[in-house]
Design a protein around this ligand. Structure first.
Ligand SMILES: C[S@@+](CC[C@H](N)C(=O)[O-])C[C@H]1O[C@@H](n2cnc3c(N)ncnc32)[C@H](O)[C@@H]1O
Length: 298
């Protein structure tokens, strides 16, 4: 995800770039899919290893990020093809556009620093802004609307399931009984009222994570992609996934295990690969990252 605190909000420091390149084992003439291209940090590194026969396809739901990335790759050779779409739609787009089979796929899940550090997007509890949290500003409903249409008990379940927050019930009650729930400040105040100061930051982070996952259907998208991606890979092709919380990582781990049991893929990373202490020291947002990789066998 990540940047250091001193960077401006249009930048993003990609996580574990060396490790991503190592595990992807980029073939210069290969076709690569970056399903969460964001500001193109990983994509730039992959692209630098391609020759004229190579191809890079990037998807993202965030039009603002895609615009910046489009400019970055404007005159690049080989060209980079960008799609404003969800990565789980890759199988359909890939068949239509003739991308299948690809030699490598990358998902770098979670938020970019551009999103995290732009208060108007409503992703961070560090600054006030509208309670939105959508990756795609023109589709779906913002977090404020999701809260409005969700019953208190369902909201509590959602906060417990997606945020792994123990105080989900009092928090949901406080949120639903708040006078207004349109801004980040409204939400943080509702959480503040029912959480002890020592645990408050963690509760904020968990509730924000839960709402973001729900607003963007993040786990559904990942489950759909994990089901469909295998047949779009060439034999010997590799998939690398960086996840930032245990719910995502568990899904990736289970799917890779199932594919390995069927002998369709082999798992390359027995344990998830973590960022080095040196990387975390300069980019604290890299800290929760877990990288898993697998290779198509048959
Ligand atoms: C951690 S950032 C990726 C950063 C990127 N690897 C880089 O180096 O700049 C995650 C990106 O995934 C995008 N995203 C989240 N869910 C998505 C989905 N279902 N389909 C496509 N992009 C998605 C977000 O908009 C965000 O730009």
């Amino acid at each position: 995800m990540p940047t250091t605190d001193s960077q401006d909000n249009r930048s993003h420091v990609p996580v574990m770039v060396t490790e991503v390149l190592d595990w992807l084992n980029v073939q210069p003439a290969g076709t690569y899919f970056d399903g969460t291209i964001g500001l193109g940090g990983h994509a730039t590194a992959v692209h630098s290893l391609l020759n004229q026969q190579g191809k890079l396809i990037g998807f993202d739901l965030d039009e603002e990020a895609l615009e910046i990335t489009r400019t970055k790759f404007d005159a690049s050779s080989p060209p980079v093809v960008l799609h404003h779409n969800s990565y789980d739609k890759f199988p359909e787009v890939s068949f239509e556009s003739g991308y299948t089979p690809v030699n490598g796929m990358l998902l770098d899940l979670g938020l970019s620093s551009l999103q995290m550090d732009t208060p108007e997007r409503g992703f961070s509890y560090a600054a006030d802004g509208p309670l939105d949290m959508r990756f795609d500003k023109n589709s779906g409903i913002p977090a404020s609307e999701l809260i409005r249409i969700t019953a208190e008990s369902d909201l509590a379940d959602l906060i417990y399931k997606y945020g792994e927050e123990r105080r989900s019930r009092p928090i949901a009650r406080s949120i639903k009984h708040a006078k207004s729930m349109n801004s980040i400040a409204d939400l943080t105040e509702a959480i503040r009222r029912v959480t002890p100061p020592a645990h408050r930051n963690r509760s904020h982070a968990r509730v924000f994570q839960a709402l973001r996952i729900a607003v963007n259907h993040e786990l559904d998208n990942l489950i759909r992609f994990l089901k469909l991606f295998p047949e779009h890979m060439a034999i010997g092709g590799r998939i690398v996934i960086l996840s930032y919380h245990s719910l995502e990582d568990r899904l990736v781990k289970q799917r890779f295990k199932a594919l390995a049991a069927e002998k369709v893929y082999r798992i390359l990373t027995k344990k998830p690969v973590r960022p080095s202490a040196d990387e975390i020291a300069v980019n604290r947002r890299a800290r929760p990252a877990k990288l898993r990789a697998a290779e198509r066998l048959s």
